[in-house]
Design a protein around this ligand. Structure first.
Ligand code: FES
Length: 181
C-alpha cells in the first residue's frame, strides 16, 4: 500500500470518510523543497562555484608568476661595506643590508671576485653562515648548503638561491647598492 503524499488532499473513501493526512515531518517543514529541484539547484551551484574558484585560482597564480618574473633588483640604500684590501681571498665579511636586521655576507672568492648575499635561508629563513674550510654557505637548521660563486642551493631542502646583493666599487671600497631575488 502506497503512502499518502504529504500536502496532497485525500479522496473520501466509500464510507464518505476522509482519511487524515499524516503530519509533515519536521525536516520537510524546515526544508520545503522538492527533492529533484533541490538536487538540480545544488549541483548547478556547486558547478558554478567550482568553475569560479578554478578561474580565480588560475588567474591569481598566473598573475603572481608574471609579477615574480618581472621582479627586478630592488634598489636599496647605498652602504659602504668594507675595504677590499682588508678581506683576504677565500675570506668573508659580515654586514647588514638593506636594513639593520638584514644580515648579509661579502665573500672574496678564490680568483679575486667579490660577491655578496643575504644570509636569510630561502627554505625557512634561518640564518646562513659562511664556512671557510668548506668554502660553502651553510644553513644549520636543515643542513642546507649554498654555492658561494652563485648562491645556488646545492644540498638540503632549499630550492631557491640566496638573494643577491649588487655591489659597486669606488677605489678600494665596496658598496652595496641593491638586492634581488
Ligand atoms: S631553513 Fe635553511 S635549510 Fe631549512
Amino acid at each position: 500500500m502506497s503512502e499518502p503524499t504529504p500536502g496532497v488532499s485525500q479522496q473520501p473513501g466509500p464510507s464518505g470518510h476522509v482519511p487524515e493526512s499524516p503530519p509533515l515531518e519536521r525536516w520537510r517543514l524546515t526544508f520545503p523543497f522538492h527533492w529533484d529541484a533541490d538536487e538540480l539547484v545544488s549541483r548547478r551551484e556547486l558547478l558554478y562555484f567550482t568553475v569560479y574558484a578554478s578561474v580565480t585560482m588560475f588567474s591569481t597564480t598566473f598573475l603572481l608568476a608574471i609579477l615574480g618574473a618581472l621582479r627586478k633588483a630592488e634598489a636599496g640604500p647605498v652602504v659602504a661595506i668594507a675595504r677590499m684590501s682588508e678581506i683576504p681571498e677565500g675570506g668573508a665579511h659580515y654586514f647588514d643590508y638593506p636594513g639593520p636586521e638584514d644580515q648579509a655576507v661579502l665573500l672574496h672568492l678564490p680568483g679575486g671576485r667579490f660577491v655578496a648575499y643575504s644570509l636569510r635561508c630561502t627554505h625557512l629563513s634561518c640564518a646562513v653562515y659562511f664556512q671557510p674550510d668548506r668554502q660553502s654557505l651553510i644553513c644549520p637548521c636543515h643542513h642546507g648548503v649554498f654555492e658561494p660563486e652563485t648562491g645556488d642551493p646545492i644540498a638540503g631542502p632549499p630550492r631557491r638561491r640566496l638573494e643577491q646583493i649588487a655591489l659597486r666599487q669606488e677605489g678600494d671600497v665596496l658598496y652595496a647598492v641593491a638586492i634581488s631575488p
